[in-house]
Design a protein around this ligand. Structure first.
Ligand code: FAD
Ligand code: 2HG
Ligand code: ZN
Length: 482
């Protein structure tokens, strides 16, 4: 990709405008007029350290009016921008490709209101997910989304990527839970739609385009979202299973027997868990090496009733040998320990230098086969299986309940030779099974060339028309998927 010359280069005059608008604390400059007051590097590189841009300016607005003035000025002056939340995205969407201005939402971090009857939370886009959830906990409610990056990701970023996470099985997708948004368009107009209504059938549901829009049509500044009651009784169990067949049986049993209290069913293959063990040095919950592990969480309103159900389920899956070993958390600390075996995976996989990540939706029966097929492919290519191989492993884990597997390939360093063996092979594999090349992380820059594996030409044409309607100058997050 080449820098598009239609975009202006940042000048001292531009910088002066932003510093007068926001104050120099909130307009961090490097390499234009004077030395930065803050290190600008973290805003330029992504969580995986795979993508790196060269912005010279980071803006941190505090109000929607400031966002509106920034975008209008950028639009009038053909300055390209990248909206940025917690910068935990996994597809390179949140960092500049060249010198785009970063608009980071971290200073828009207020919770605006919460109604404990309806469960509707209204908050600034820059509120950190964990902060929102801790606030809700005080009101007996829960954020309908949870994920490993909760300590840094922002709810505006979650909505912009339509993040799925660990409890989608129970609470559903943000397309259903987000009731309204407040967003600023590139020309400075503000969409004021912080609706608290569950039902509103007055024409097109425009907010849906921002959910998963990845910062390509505007900047979300506020969100209203439906939050369920927090369950007083939470239980977590962790099992070992000897085959993917058994995993599928366990899933079916869990849905049948735990039905309304089931709140997570997460799959990790044995290699994933071995890596967590090797990297953290922590003792694993179960002895021995097993090909598959599953973490089940239940959340309900009656502890006795839930324990009874879970106990009966455990007995059944052990007796019928669906599960070969298992452990049930006895207290809050153990619940957290079991969850860390799942939530810590992404970080552990990055230990050797890099991870190629494929976030796939595949019909459940065939979901794990992609891992085996790719292992064979890389072994044949001589890249896997020796002490000093450039590829550490090929692993699969993810949200079994949502038919979403994370195919990850930890490597000693990003290398075009390895990448060529993975892409487009993985996408072709998925297309043949009518899957999706992105179940939850989005397309960003990493999946941009491959969107056609999951969307038709007609749909792509409509997407381009939508983009042109919202962002006719193309200043919003350029070079990314659209
Ligand atoms: P960023 O990374 O800053 O941005 C992501 C995208 O949204 C970019 O394209 C950016 O331009 C845009 N954007 C950000 N804020 C705004 C805004 N206010 N308005 C418009 N556009 C905006 N994802 C899942 O779906 N499920 C998981 O279980 C999951 N687990 C993760 C675990 C770890 C350890 C990590 C590192 C990531 C994980 N992710 C997961 C990836 C996930 O996409 C992000 O963690 C999160 O949703 C992104 O939020 P963020 O604030 O960091 O956004
Ligand atoms: C998860 O489910 C996240 O843990 C991250 O979506 C997956 O790192 C990944 O590929
Ligand atoms: Zn995930």
């Amino acid at each position: 990709v080449q820098r598009d010359s239609k975009y202006a280069q940042l000048s001292e005059d531009h910088v002066k405008y932003f510093q007068e608008l926001l104050g120099s604390e909130s307009a961090v400059v490097d390499g234009v007029s004077k030395d930065a007051t803050e290190d600008i590097e973290p805003f330029n590189s992504d969580w995986m350290r795979k993508y790196r841009g060269h912005t010279k300016l980071v803006l941190k607005p505090q109000t929607k009016e400031e966002v509106s003035k920034i975008l209008k000025y950028c639009n009038d002056n053909m300055l390209a921008v990248v909206p940025q939340g917690g910068n935990t995205g996994l597809v390179g969407g949140s960092v500049p490709v060249f010198d785009e201005i970063v608009i980071n939402l971290q200073k828009m971090n207020k919770i605006r209101s919460f109604d404990d009857v309806s469960g509707v939370l209204v908050a600034d886009a820059g509120v950190i997910l964990e902060v929102a959830d801790n606030f809700l906990a005080e009101h007996n409610a829960i954020f309908p989304l949870d994920l490993g990056a909760k300590g840094s990701c922002q709810i505006g970023g979650n909505v912009s990527t339509n993040a799925g996470g660990l409890r989608l099985l129970r609470y559903g997708s943000l397309h259903g839970n987000v009731l309204g948004i407040e967003a600023v368009l590139p020309d400075g107009r503000i969409i004021e739609d912080l609706s608290k209504l569950r039902k509103n059938n007055t024409g097109y549901d425009l907010k849906q385009l921002f959910i998963g829009g990845e910062g390509t049509i505007g900047i979300i500044t506020g969100v209203s979202i439906l939050c369920p009651q927090r369950s007083p009784a939470v239980n977590v169990a962790y099992f070992a299973l000897e085959s993917y067949e058994q995993v599928q049986k366990a899933f079916k049993e869990a849905k049948g027997q735990l039905s309304e209290i089931l709140s997570a069913f997460e799959l990790m293959d044995g290699r994933t868990q071995r890596i967590v063990h090797d990297v953290t040095g922590k003792k694993m919950p179960l002895d021995g090496d097993h090909p598959f592990y599953v973490l089940i969480e239940t959340s309900g309103s009656n502890a006795d009733h839930d324990s009874e159900k879970l106990q009966a389920f455990l007995e059944h899956v052990m007796e019928t040998e669906i599960v070969s070993d298992g452990v049930l958390a006895q207290d809050q600390t153990q619940i957290q320990e079991l969850w860390s075996c799942r939530e810590g995976v992404t970080e552990c996989l990055g230990h050797w230098g890099g991870t190629y990540k494929y976030d796939l939706s595949i019909p459940i029966a065939e979901m794990y086969q992609v891992v085996n097929d790719l292992r064979d492919r890389l072994t044949e290519a001589g890249l896997l299986g020796k002490e000093d191989s450039p590829v550490i492993d090929v692993v699969g884990y993810g949200h079994m309940g949502d038919a979403n597997i994370h195919l990850n390939i930890p490597v000693r360093g990003y290398d075009k030779k390895i990448e060529k063996l993975l892409e487009p092979w993985v996408f072709e594999w998925v297309q043949k099974r009518n899957g999706s090349i992105s179940a939850e992380h989005g397309l960003g820059i990493s999946k941009k060339p491959f969107i056609g594996y999951s969307r038709t030409e007609t749909m792509l044409g409509l997407m381009r028309q939508i983009k042109d309607t919202y962002d006719p100058n193309g200043i919003m997050n350029p070079y990314k998927y659209i």
